[in-house]
Design a protein around this ligand. Structure first.
Ligand code: GLA
Length: 742
């Protein structure tokens, strides 16, 4: 990995074995973008890549030069309102009302490793030789505002991270009205744009669109990253598949309002912008103050989508997630939510937990309803003290009893919210986000606490940490069940109201930071009505997240498949739940529910007391299987094989680090009669290892399995031989492939 600066051509070249990123200081002092893609050889002069030609209709910077207009030059961090009519990366409103600025190169520094971003989640290094960071400082001479562009290239993989730090060295405050984390101007727009979108209980579905002239964007203005759009984008070539071809993934390490957009201009160049949503953001930058944007990550590959995803998985698993649980297989849990909802007592919880223990579950999680007057959605949020009518021994007592059963104990919180019917709200009615003289909209009868105020965060910290200190708690599910509306904080002046959405998220990060530091061994699982805030920002604090409230195995295939585009298997909360399923009322076989949930953190969201002895036997075997293979399932190399968005059969697989074990998940939505012969071409195996197939007993070399394929046809297509159980809809299998000892 290298970062070189060629003085004679004023060109930066950041490269490792996989990628090159090249930019230059242009003659107007701005940074021009020359290249991002597969690694190319370093040399002194790449200036030919800065294409400028005389255009009939354009504005020119220099009087006698009709070629140099920012309108058609690819730039690194374009400003608003000069000769570039595309959307800018930065816009600063000054005291006289002007929004023009001119960020010119001032200097640059190189450092080993990667600096932390104060108050914000970001990828990190553990050893300095893992990455190099280039900071290019630009300055606007009129306002004396500096923009420091941070670029980190990692030694391994096609990864480049970006963020920007603004410093006001002037004598007047300025207003940042747009401060994107990343701009990438690409020389053509011949890409398919792929986004992960959906809504509550239908998160992260894959959508592909062609890029045409104009702007295409995804984003959130809800205060969280949202169910609707994940802060993630892929640009892939028409011919790119999971196995081959070019792709660039863009991921924003942020949990609040964001925007990722593409703009195709008249000359078919493509501008990608990613960062905090400009529409819901302004930031007053006083003299001497700094503002740090969130980090954006770009991954380039020429080896297909699986390779792009694996690069993200490894980075986010090892160098974004942190702490005790980062590298540890996750405990198999039993959560009581779908088993009881609000209808439970101490005894009924203990009955669920003891049964779970018998089957080998390791962690019992008490979900919503344990605190205050929380007998329904209408009351209690904000009062984080046990409801003694339900739980006579309190959380400390219950947690001891659960531990006495031989289980760990986990607890649900929704720290950012209050119900009006709560003591906390009655004491602090002014601590919610609300706009004076306007209606306050609720979501699920709850209101959003003003986390832009430190005293509010402190008060919640006191309550949550008190319970964590007094009880034996090993896991926290941190929920966030509504979006923000009428966003306004009475603690801040009028000219800072545009900061509240961002300050809110900074408050959330601050609380996470304090709790994870004080209780380093507690496993945090993030949640926001399922996947409403499943994003890289959360992964920095909580190494796993509940990706959807939809627990139906078939629905989950799409959700997990889509989520895997960016996020590692170890980060996805996945549970087996009852049938008929509570969201889509579908009946799926127990083995299919488990076969889907294995590709995640795994657990049960039901009362095992309600299962038949045969089903319990199956559950016991599932848990034993998961314990044996979870290290590979959660931390192995994951490959998508057949997409649920394209057909009736779905498949994916993981391969262990030593390539000796592979687990293939195969799923078929609807059964069919007299079906065709099917085979699955596997990935990532050692061609020379001979793998024994647990289903067929056949041994095949890795190359056979990858090139000829593994047979998945049913032996019952057409006729059901006696003694064979017929297949039904929602069928699935796990194929275990173990290499014979060498
Ligand atoms: C959200 C979560 C669920 C559950 C409920 C409790 O919807 O996503 O898993 O915790 O809240 O109210």
């Amino acid at each position: 990995m290298h970062i070189t600066f060629h003085e004679s051509t004023k060109t930066f070249h950041l490269y490792n074995d996989d990628i090159s990123y090249i930019m230059t200081i242009m003659r107007n002092g701005h940074l021009g973008q020359l290249y991002f893609g597969e690694r190319i050889r370093d040399k002194e002069d790449f200036s030919y890549l800065l294409e400028t030609c005389e255009r009939p209709m354009t504005s020119y910077i220099y009087e006698n030069d009709r070629t140099f207009s920012l309108e058609h030059i690819r730039q690194e961090y374009p400003v608003f309102g000069t000769t570039d009519y595309r959307q800018s990366a930065v816009e600063i409103q000054q005291e006289n009302g002007s929004r023009i600025c001119d960020f010119q190169y001032l200097g640059h520094t190189l450092s080993e490793g990667k600096p932390l971003l104060p108050g914000l989640p970001a990828t990190y290094t553990e050893h300095e030789e893992e990455a190099l960071t280039l900071t290019v400082t630009l300055k606007d001479a009129v306002t004396n505002v500096k923009a420091e562009l941070l670029y980190t290239i990692f030694a391994k993989g096609g990864i480049l991270t970006r963020s920007v730090r603004f410093v006001n060295e002037g004598t007047h405050p300025v207003m940042l009205t747009r401060a994107m984390s990343l701009c990438l101007d690409l020389p053509d727009h011949d890409y398919v744009w792929q986004q992960l979108s959906g809504c509550w209980a239908r998160e992260c579905h894959i959508h592909n669109r062609r890029l045409e002239p104009g702007i295409l964007s995804i984003g959130s203005m809800r205060g969280n990253s949202s169910h609707e759009h994940n802060p993630f984008l892929v640009l892939k070539r028409q011919s790119t598949t999971e196995r081959q071809g070019e792709a660039i993934g863009f991921s924003l390490i942020y949990s609040g309002n964001f925007r990722i957009q593409a703009e195709v201009d008249a000359h078919d160049t493509l501008r990608i912008l990613a960062g905090i949503d400009p529409e819901t953001f302004t930031w007053k930058l006083d003299c001497k103050e700094t503002f740090q944007t969130p980090e954006a990550v770009m991954v380039y590959t020429c080896r297909g989508l699986n390779h792009m995803s694996q690069t993200f998985h490894k980075l986010y698993q090892k160098r974004l997630a942190r702490g005790y649980w980062r590298d540890r297989p996750r405990p198999i849990l039993n959560n009581n939510w779908e088993a009881t909802y609000f209808d439970f007592t101490q005894e009924s919880l203990l009955a669920i937990a003891s049964k779970a223990k018998e089957s080998g579950v390791e962690l019992f999680v008490l979900d919503d309803g344990w605190f205050g007057a929380r007998n329904s959605e209408h009351a209690g949020l904000g009062d984080w003290k046990a409801n003694r009518t339900r739980l006579p021994d309190g959380i400390a007592g219950l947690s001891k009893q659960i531990e006495a059963l031989g289980l760990k104990f986990g607890l649900w919180f929704e720290p950012e919210m209050v119900n009006k019917d709560s003591d906390f709200y009655r004491q602090h009615p002014d601590w919610i986000l609300k706009t004076p003289d306007r209606n306050q909209s609720h979501g699920r009868y709850q209101y959003v606490l003003d986390f832009s105020r430190m005293e509010v965060v402190d008060a919640i910290y006191e309550q949550v940490s008190a319970i964590l200190r007094e009880a034996k708690i090993s896991y926290i599910k941190w929920d966030m069940n509504r979006s923000i509306t009428e966003c306004y904080s009475s603690a801040w002046p009028a000219d800072r109201q545009g900061e509240i959405y961002h300050r809110y998220i900074l408050g959330v990060y601050d609380l996470y930071d304090r709790l994870t530091k004080e209780f380093p061994q507690v496993l945090f699982e993030s949640c926001a009505s399922g996947g409403g805030r499943f994003d890289p920002g959360m992964l920095y604090y909580a190494p796993q997240g509940w990706i959807s409230d939809n627990s139906d195995a078939i629905e989950r295939l799409k959700i997990q498949y889509g989520t895997s585009m960016c996020y590692p298997i170890s980060s996805m909360g996945t549970h087996v739940s009852v049938i008929p399923n509570h969201q889509v009322f579908r009946n799926t076989p127990l083995h299919t529910r488990a076969n889907t949930a294995y590709f995640g953190t795994f657990g049960y969201e039901l009362d095992l007391n309600k299962l038949t002895p045969e089903e319990i036997e199956e559950v016991n075997a599932q848990i034993a299987f998961m314990k044996k293979y979870r290290n590979i399932l959660q931390f192995g190399t994951f490959y998508r094989l057949l997409s649920p968005f394209e057909g009736n059969e779905i498949a994916w697989m993981v391969v262990s680090e030593d390539l000796k074990t592979a687990l293939v998940g195969w799923y078929r939505v609807l059964n069919c009669i007299n079906a065709r012969y099917t085979r699955l071409r596997l990935e990532g195996l050692n061609p020379a290892y001979c793998y024994r197939n647990s289903q067929s007993g056949i041994c095949c070399y890795g190359d056979e399995l990858m090139y000829a394929g593994m047979i998945t046809s049913d032996e019952t297509a057409g006729q059901v031989p006696s003694g064979v159980t017929p297949y039904t809809d929602f069928e699935s299998r796990i194929y275990i492939l173990e290499a014979a000892e060498a």
